[in-house]
Design a protein around this ligand. Structure first.
Ligand code: FAD
Length: 139
């Protein structure tokens, strides 16, 4: 089965607080380990930017669950590609909090210094996640 990488952006719902975020990361890590999925979840108080890598079936199946999750909305795919190898294989779901999303990094990959992945191309979002993983310890 082909390896696939998917990146999407979404908007947090008001109810999505720190506790909800912990729940999301816990369930993601459990499910993703079982499905051999890997990736990163970056977020500030408004937006999620997530990358998921794995078999095409597992990526599509999980994305369909994510799409129906009430803790976020306006889920928009930025990037979907068959790939030769994983780039985020060290994390079942790496957590990239707001503090890592510096103005400099936002400016490098988007039109402003604010974290707003809706304004990024898929390639910019991917390159930004590659940059962010450099400082993220393996799980
Ligand atoms: P169920 O557990 O049956 O839940 C059904 C719905 O109830 C969910 O869609 C959600 O809207 C709501 N819900 C579930 N748990 C809670 C809770 N603790 N508090 C409030 N509402 C709740 N899952 C993965 O497996 N891998 C991922 O990489 C992944 N990434 C995610 C990223 C984001 C930004 C979000 C919001 C969710 C992510 N999830 C991920 C979780 C995924 O959306 C599903 O909740 C999870 O896969 C369980 O699916 P389910 O249909 O069995 O949901």
């Amino acid at each position: 089965m082909f390896l696939t990488r998917l990146i999407y952006v979404s908007t947090l719902c008001e109810s999505c607080d720190a506790k909800a975020l912990d729940d999301i990361l816990d369930i993601s890590r459990d499910h993703n380990k079982q499905s051999h999925l890997t990736g990163l979840l970056s977020h500030n108080q408004k937006y999620f930017l997530q990358c998921i890598e794995g078999s095409r079936d597992a990526v599509n199946h999980t994305y369909n669950h994510i799409l129906n999750d009430h803790r976020h909305n306006n889920v928009t795919i930025l990037y979907y590609k068959e790939i030769d190898s994983r780039q985020f294989g060290d994390w079942s779901m790496g957590d990239i909090p707001q503090s890592s999303l510096t103005e400099l990094l936002n400016l490098q990959f988007s039109a402003s210094n604010q974290f707003n992945p809706y304004e990024m191309s898929g390639e910019s979002a991917y390159q930004m996640l590659l940059e962010l993983k450099q400082n993220l310890p393996s799980e």
